[in-house]
Unconditional design. Structure first.
Length: 231
């Protein structure tokens, strides 16, 4: 016996409804035993949450583009001063960080190298005179202070999720100012960077996309050996 079109449609709809009901039954969550409540495991908070709560959006963006800063700055410097770049070895290599980046409090010999040109007038490679800086503990947190010069960076080191680096957030003290502004007080003086250990008793502070003059500033820090200082 043949079925008319209307009857065939009714049978098809009924079949589809039965299939949906069976699927819904399969998707039903299993019942928990009496007295048992579901729980969700929550891991420890990310270390980066602390510094990201302090960093400005602009500085967080600079840090996120660190890899691009390395690439462009080194390309500029190698074109103009390949010998100087090669002579610095690991100091200017982007992937040379070692575990346990936290420095020991004390006095350090510091120097800065600026890489990459932002304008045609900028030098693609420039090495500056050495100076003294100091690492200390303030309110339970490591801080770095440049002790001499007309521009004196100072800031705090924050733990990060990456085990080979810490995050630096600081600002500049200018000329005869006794102390730098707090980070965030003047966006034009803000500094954000990555602090790494690259050898036994040698660290670097890398500032990507600084606010003037270069694409990457790299500070080298080595402990002051007072026993061998000239008297």
């Amino acid at each position: 016996m043949s079925l008319n079109r209307r009857t065939r449609l009714q049978i098809a709809r009924a079949t589809a409804l039965i299939a949906l009901a069976l699927l819904a039954g399969c998707a039903t969550k299993p019942k928990l035993p009496p007295g048992v409540t579901p729980s969700v495991e929550v891991g420890p908070p990310l270390k980066s949450e602390a510094w990201k709560a302090v960093a400005t959006d602009a500085d967080e963006d600079r840090l996120a583009r660190l890899g691009l800063a390395w690439q462009e700055a080194l390309a500029d410097a190698k074109k103009s001063d390949p010998g100087d770049v090669a002579r610095e070895d690991k100091l200017l290599l982007p992937r040379s960080a070692l575990p346990m980046p936290a420095p020991t409090p004390g006095s350090y010999n510091c120097r800065m190298i600026a890489l990459g040109r932002v304008t045609a007038k900028d030098k693609p490679y420039e090495s500056f005179r050495p100076f003294f800086c100091y690492v200390q503990v303030e309110d339970g947190q490591l801080t770095i202070v440049k002790q001499t010069g007309s521009q004196r960076p100072a800031g705090r080191l924050w733990e990060d999720d990456e085990a080979t680096r810490m995050i630096f957030l600081g600002s500049l003290a200018l000329r005869d100012e006794e102390a730098p502004l707090a980070y965030g007080d003047d966006p034009k003086r803000n500094m954000a960077g990555v602090f790494e250990r690259i050898a036994p008793f040698k660290w670097r502070l890398v500032i990507p996309w600084p606010q003037s003059g270069s694409k990457l500033n790299i500070f080298e820090l080595t402990p002051v050996d007072f026993a061998n200082q000239p008297k």
